[in-house]
Design a protein around this ligand. Structure first.
Ligand code: KPL
Length: 303
């Protein structure tokens, strides 16, 4: 049993999955919920295949929380900095903060908010989607990569994650993995969101597979120019493999779009396009899908 007390901020699909995994690994876990509820327990339900597991997890709100030593932030990228800002006054001076949002382009500001604490990243290809409040389906097994922003060996808290059922790996440096995940998300998320399809269709439907290939050609070119040769080489194969491994999953961008929530497009394809511009690499297919997604997002918000 770990003596560490984890607070998890963001009770969406990934927050529920990671909170339940850490609790299962023997850690004390508290979910930080938006409503000003007193310290209490909530029930988190995780469906996986034909089985349903229930977890009684402590819950409180940011307004009532005490000192936070270990914070896992699982909000989406557009809410990440606001969420961290709200948690700032509760963070212990040496707090460890792990951010698990998709995309890139928020780490510098996050580091400023964390101050004297330490900032880490979690990048996962676990597939999970929300069935209802605190009720999720764990739809696909993936890999969870962890590392310290700016570099460093395994953290004191890493054994907690190794004790979970997640397949974890510590990376030093972690930045190439963040880029690689960004590349996979650029290939899968906007395409599934604009077509309203599950991830697996990008592998099984020939036209979608061709379109994913066209996106990957450009993602590979931007990756090569940005110095991520490994991603440039592997992005086609890896995007296809993740689409197959999470075939039943609805991508987080599709889920956000359907729920009329802001999507992470500006931190995913938007970030890729900013890099493409900086490096003078043409990316017309990615620009097209970016505009398509933005138009859909706007139309849904007006529904
Ligand atoms: O990260 C994901 C997401 O949906 O955001 C993948 C790996 C594509 C799984 O759906």
């Amino acid at each position: 049993m770990s003596e560490r007390h984890w607070h998890v901020l963001g009770a969406g699909a990934m927050g529920c999955l990671l909170a339940s995994q850490l609790q299962r690994a023997g850690c004390r876990v508290t979910l930080l919920l938006r409503d000003p509820l007193p310290v209490a327990q909530v029930r988190v339900s995780v469906e996986s295949g034909d089985t349903s597991s229930q977890y009684a997890i402590e819950a409180t709100s940011l307004a009532r929380v005490g000192v936070i030593d270990y914070l896992l932030v699982t909000t989406k990228a557009p809410q990440l900095l606001d969420a961290l800002e709200q948690a700032r006054s509760a963070l212990a001076p040496a707090a460890r903060v792990i951010v698990a949002a998709n995309g890139m382009g928020y780490l510098e500001e996050a580091r400023a908010i964390v101050g004297s604490g330490e900032l880490y990243c979690c990048s996962t290809t676990e597939g999970a989607f929300r069935l209802g409040p605190l009720h999720i389906r764990h739809a696909g097994r993936g890999k969870t990569l962890l590392g310290r922003v700016g570099g460093g060996g395994p953290a004191d808290w890493y054994p907690d994650w190794l004790g979970s059922e997640l397949s974890c790996e510590w990376l030093n440096p972690v930045e190439p993995a963040l880029w690689h995940k960004l590349a996979i998300n650029c290939a899968i998320n906007p395409l599934t969101a604009t077509h309203g399809c599950r991830n697996g269709e990008l592998a099984s439907n020939l036209e979608l597979r061709r379109r994913m290939g066209a996106l990957c050609d450009e993602i590979a070119a931007v990756s090569a120019a940005a110095g991520y040769a490994d991603t440039a080489r592997r992005v086609h194969e890896d995007a296809l493999q993740v689409a197959r491994a999470t075939a039943e999953n609805r991508s987080s961008m599709l889920q956000d779009l359907e729920a009329q929530r802001p999507t992470e497009i500006d931190y995913i394809t938007g970030y890729l396009l900013r890099e493409a511009k900086r490096l003078a690499v043409p990316a017309p297919e990615n620009s097209r899908i970016y505009r398509q997604l933005k138009a859909l997002e706007k139309a849904r918000a007006g529904d």
